[in-house]
Design a protein around this ligand. Structure first.
Ligand code: PDD
Length: 274
């Protein structure tokens, strides 16, 4: 593991009860993907981390090239081929006060976890339920405050589905740990990258693939009614790549089978990471 700048064993990590990540969820994170022992879209993740640090006024003591090198060292040490690399940075350790404490050192933790591509799920698709999006208005910041996300995921499972599709007053936003795209009459639609969704690295990559494949794609909000009439739906995310959604609220999406646009994007994605 990478802990406060050093490569150590997990048993050597001890989190302070004063860590603001622990007490307030006052920290930021990234989940990187490793394919064939190499980072996928590392620069885009580091860019988003920098934006999140700026947006939460968390002053990082490392430059992005320095962080990038630390992550390279971690990956080399752990030697994983198909994995995710989780990294979080909390604001630091200080007695519990709400305002930002002065002179604290941010605390960095990162580790790799083996993570094979979810081929069966990508082949068969998942089911989802719709749920009001009750999160704050800076969903573009990737912070440790994931209680609404964990609650939503659990509610989906409790209702017999695999994930949620969130909406704000009828406008579809995203899912608990991924972005969502719909296809209608051959046109891909997804929520614009504003403060209401996380600007997914996979989302941007898939939109780029769509352009290369000359598939029309619009970053334009869509409603629950449009969702219900979609021909195809799919998720995009670091852990799910491009995963079809085959049923929403107990009703089949289109034919109830993963659609042709989804399949085209999955193929293009697989080629791009090979
Ligand atoms: N989640 N939306 C939300 C709310 C997310 O948490 C994530 C990623 C995404 C997709 O972003 P990306 O394509 O950059 O992974 C969208 C990570 C994987 C997680 O929290 O585990």
């Amino acid at each position: 593991m990478l802990w406060k700048g050093d490569l150590v064993q997990k048993s050597d990590v001890s989190v302070s009860p004063d860590d603001r990540g622990y007490v307030f969820g006052d920290g930021i994170y990234e989940v990187f993907r490793v394919y064939n022992g190499r980072f996928f879209e590392k620069a885009a993740h580091l860019d988003r981390l920098e934006r999140t640090a700026h947006g939460t006024k968390l002053k990082l003591p490392w430059t992005m090239p320095e962080l990038s090198e630390l992550l390279d060292r971690l990956l080399e040490k752990e030697g994983t081929q198909e994995s995710i690399l989780y990294m979080q940075i909390t604001r630091g350790e200080a007695p519990r006060i709400h305002q930002f404490p002065k002179d604290v050192e941010p605390v960095l933790l990162a580790y790799c976890k083996d993570y094979p591509r979810p081929v069966a799920v990508m082949e068969n698709g998942i089911t989802a339920v719709t749920l009001e999006d009750i999160r704050w208005l800076r969903c573009d910041l990737k912070t440790l405050n994931l209680l609404p996300n964990t609650m939503a995921k659990q509610e989906a499972l409790d209702r017999g589905a695999d994930d949620v599709i969130w909406h704000r007053g009828g406008t579809v936003t995203e899912c608990s740990a991924s972005n969502v795209m719909m296809v209608k009459d051959g046109v891909i639609r997804t929520h614009p990258a504003n403060h209401l969704i996380l600007h997914g690295v996979t989302r941007a990559f898939v939109l780029k693939l769509a352009r290369q494949l000359e598939l029309p794609a619009l970053e334009k909000p869509f409603t629950l009614d449009e969702l219900a009439n979609a021909d195809e739906l799919f998720l995009t995310g670091t852990t799910v790549e491009v995963t079809p959604i085959v049923a929403v609220d107990g009703r089949p999406v289109g034919s109830g089978k993963p659609g042709t646009v989804t399949r085209q994007l999955q193929r293009a994605f697989a080629e791009a990471i090979a």
